[in-house]
Design a protein around this ligand. Sequence first.
Ligand code: CTP
Length: 403
Amino acid sequence: MELAGKRVLLIISGGIAAYKSLDLIRRLRERGASVRPVMSRAAQEFITPLAVGALAASHVYTDLFSREDEQDVGHIRLARDCDLVVVAPASADLMAKMAHGLADDLPSAVLLATDRPVLLAPAMNPVMWNAAPTRRNIETLKADGRHMIGPMRGEMAESGEAGTGRMAEPLEIVAAVVSLLAPGERPLAGRRAIVTSGPTHEPIDPVRYIANRSSGKQGHAIAAALARLGADVTLVSGPVTIADPAGLRTIHVETAEQMLEAVLGALPADIAVMVAAVADWRVVGAAGQKIKKLPGSAPAPLALAENPDILKTIGHHAERPTYVVGFAAETQDVEENGRRKLQAKGADIIVANDVSPDTGIMGGDRNRVKLISKAGVEEWPDLGKDEVAARLASRIAAELSGG
Ligand code: CTP
């Protein structure tokens, strides 16, 4: 409970990202914080005060001139009866008001009246984010000492446009809250971690390759979760379409051999988490030119050679990291195969999952895993990949501190 006893005033302004604030409330409360919500008029067009109030278990403040709200606490007390003000999503409009000291509604009045630290999680269309007035306002807000998380690169929920403007994920915002309110809660500070993620591509010729369905979502989430706990993380990623996580170093590779080289280059480390779906085979003597089909003759068979096993190499290395985590993607006999891999690959723990097509795990956003170690098997419920990552990172931290 990193945030036990901490009071967060959460200001929700208008934007489609407001739906993520519901999850943010849950995540903050899970960690022991109390959340008092303030919503702008525009925010109420996207999510209801009823939902916000129910999740926060608190009255929701919406109106500067409401007799009830003002008698209850008043905007000056609202602004000060907290340890931190979080604005998520922070719209371009609300930040423009803040930068100019306007106070014509409850959120802007509270922000002008507060003497507490303020954390902004901006969310807007990339063109609005890059617009000259927004750039100027952001500079002003930074100079005023406002803290900021995001926005991230990625696709916008409403338009599908790509660019910078997507609100940081709830768990990223929680991490920023923890680092502001409980800076001692970084149990992996000073530890180095290597994470592999994504598929590998093994070329057949300059235009064709062998690949698999891995999206990199789980591996990237684990790298980010370790970084949030303070670890110095090197993420070695195969070809993926998701963004590099914030707060760590990402090395991009294509083939298994390149991945191994990058992992070895990142040693020494305290932690290794090998999540990548490494192709088991590569094509021997990949063609330098595009292979042409010849009329009437069958295609030449592909000669395959086994790729290096990166996890096994790390698990038996002279500079073996203190804690080595492997994954096992199985479609049957999950536990038995997991146990075999634990042994064969020299891992401390195997995170085994069933990747049969009907589970939707490969490429999807959720995961259901079993943790297999010498101590036995632990089954986790169906969770978001972010939540699996957060739990695994806490587990690794506990193992390293002997807990
Ligand atoms: N792994 C690796 N290098 C390889 C193959 C696998 O580092 N060349 C790692 C994966 O990152 C994962 C673990 O080994 O952490 C298990 O991967 P998986 O594909 O489930 O197992 P394989 O060893 O390929 O065994 P099999 O194909 O028989 O299931």
